[in-house]
Design a protein around this ligand. Sequence first.
Ligand code: NDP
Ligand code: KPL
Length: 301
Amino acid sequence: MRILVAGAGATGGYFGGRLAQAGRDVTFLVREGRQARLAERGLRIVSPSGETKLTPRTINTLDDAYDLVLIAVKSYALDAVIASLAPAVGERTVIVPLLNGMRHLDTLTGAFGPEHVWGGLCMIHGTLNEHGDVVQMSDLHRLVFGPLGDAADDRVDAVAAALGDAGFDSRPSPHIRAEMWEKWVLLATLGAATTLLRGPIGAINAAPGGPAFHRALTAEAIAVATAAGFPPRPQAVAVLGETMTSTEPRTSSMYRDLVAGLPVEADAIVGDLVAEATRHGVATPLLSAAYTALSIYQAGR
Ligand SMILES: NC(=O)C1=CN([C@@H]2O[C@H](COP(=O)(O)OP(=O)(O)OC[C@H]3O[C@@H](n4cnc5c(N)ncnc54)[C@H](OP(=O)(O)O)[C@@H]3O)[C@@H](O)[C@H]2O)C=CC1
Ligand SMILES: CC(C)(CO)C(=O)C(=O)O
């Protein structure tokens, strides 16, 4: 199966790199700066289990179709990727986005049609270091993917095989939209708390009012998802509770971007959840405050 990975940053570089390492046919769609860096240094993955150096195949213009396209760019880069992606999408191509949030599903479906766009999510604490190397900051590395519609899709087995046994956890899901919502609730809560209060979860929990703030914020996010028809399952609520009561220095990718002075996905991760709350009449004063703070940060960059 020919796999195209659009974006070779923290997530694309990690999952695409592991797939290439496992011998899969992987090509990265990159821009010129990233292409030059990868040609010079290779694609290096620094992880708790050691360091790997790969020689990735990269391109910056597409002229050929792929069987599977993983999209691993930030939400604000999606339109530019879509503009260059058309030649990669053949009759049976499956597109699996790894972006946080939900809005990209509509954007991608509008651009390429529902027959090509699946849901997807990745769980990883990833970043790029000062050399542009991919850093996997914890043992977490999971891909979940699946068709968005209810109809059987005969491409599932082949995609699962292409993404399986490649050095990370991977599985197809028959309920990918619900799982994406669960991840969104987790990520929005984690991202809102850490960016609004400017610290890792453990530090917030050690501060006066921190645990109560986390409890209230968590309740808001769960209430929005429930009102929107995607109540997180007990297992997801437990993971969220464990995350938000942690004494460890847990952060989100949005917090790491904010601390580094980089653009943040404020609209896709927090703003859209606040919009859902408004649509369903759910009060979200803490999520709204976090969105306001993120918007001020964005405007001041
Ligand atoms: N990092 C993490 O721990 C996690 C991130 N996510 C989500 O995954 C998504 C991707 O995030 P992440 O990998 O961290 O982001 P990064 O910023 O690390 O990587 C994004 C990459 O996209 C590339 N890119 C941007 N525009 C284009 C383009 N037009 N064509 C090709 N490549 C392009 C950038 O390349 P360039 O160098 O040219 O700018 C960059 O290398 C986000 O939605 C994020 O929220 C989800 C789970 C965990
Ligand atoms: C949920 C989490 C923290 C890990 O995948 C994440 O998605 C992020 O940091 O963007």
